[in-house]
Design a protein around this ligand. Structure first.
Ligand SMILES: *Cc1c(COP(=O)(O)O)cnc(C)c1O
Length: 246
């Protein structure tokens, strides 16, 4: 595949350029509104369900971080697009048995929510760093912000965060990056992200380097920035609607 910027006219490239610029402007405005202490978050463009060619277009437009939530799809794209030097973020629910595959391409995992997964990732990273000398895997603890446990969208209960953080901080090859959450469906995202900021504050009292807050998607990125998000995960407002589940 050629460099999209020097190839023939490509309407999809222009569409992605426009949408990416619009999202970047929303982020810039949100950072400005959050006050002089606010720092620009890292934008992770969520490319799940969209073809590798779109990821290549995004890279040509300056995107450095992409997010995926299914191992098979992510592994294939990462292998196909190795030349781009992108950082791949695994943002979805992860089965322990997939840890070995994910550590081959992912810079970070955003949905670490149980001890068995930490153990699996640590074991996989031990083998992978022996083999390749790769950098530590950034791990975000996913926190459930839903009071209704039956309806939650994954994540550990806030009370489980300290034990998971201890385990992560003590695991060779893993780096405790911070916390992650998805705003509960139907709830006020600002209230959810405020709660997440509180959980992050308590975590950094004990682990001062674990300052990451992965929060905010297409619908609620402004509220996430307002409450200190360091990483945004934005998909549909840049790539458009996702094709139906295959
Ligand atoms: C798909 C997904 C996103 C992106 O959502 P959009 O609404 O398309 O921006 C963010 N975070 C997670 C965990 C996702 O699964």
């Amino acid at each position: 595949m050629n460099n999209p910027l020097t190839g023939p006219p490509d309407p999809r490239l222009e569409q992605l350029r426009g949408r990416l610029a619009a999202v970047q402007e929303r982020i810039d405005n949100a950072v400005a509104a959050a006050g002089p202490a606010a720092r620009p978050p890292r934008l992770i463009v969520v490319t799940k369900f969209h073809p590798a060619e779109d990821v290549r277009r995004l890279a040509a437009l300056g995107v450095t971080d992409v997010g995926e939530n299914r191992d098979q799809e992510a592994a294939q794209k990462a292998a196909q697009l190795q030349d781009l030097g992108l950082s791949w973020h695994f943002i979805g629910q992860l089965q322990s048995k997939k840890a070995k595959s994910v550590v081959k391409y992912a810079a970070s995992v955003h949905a670490v929510d149980r001890e068995a997964l930490v153990s699996a990732l640590a074991k996989a990273m031990a083998a992978e760093s022996d083999r390749t000398g790769r950098a530590p895997l950034d791990c975000f603890i996913q926190v459930s912000l839903d009071d209704d446990a039956g309806a939650h969208r994954g994540g550990a209960a806030p009370a489980e965060v300290p034990a998971l953080a201890e385990q992560l901080a003590g695991a060779a090859g893993l780096r405790l990056a911070g916390v992650m959450a998805v705003a509960p469906l139907g709830a006020d995202p600002a209230a959810a992200f405020e709660k997440l900021a509180g959980i992050s504050g308590r975590l950094t009292e004990q682990f001062p380097h674990a300052t990451g807050i992965s929060a905010g998607m297409s619908q609620d990125l402004e509220q996430a920035v307002r409450f200190g998000a360091t990483h945004l995960r934005v998909g549909s407002d840049i790539l458009g609607p996702r094709p139906a589940l295959r």
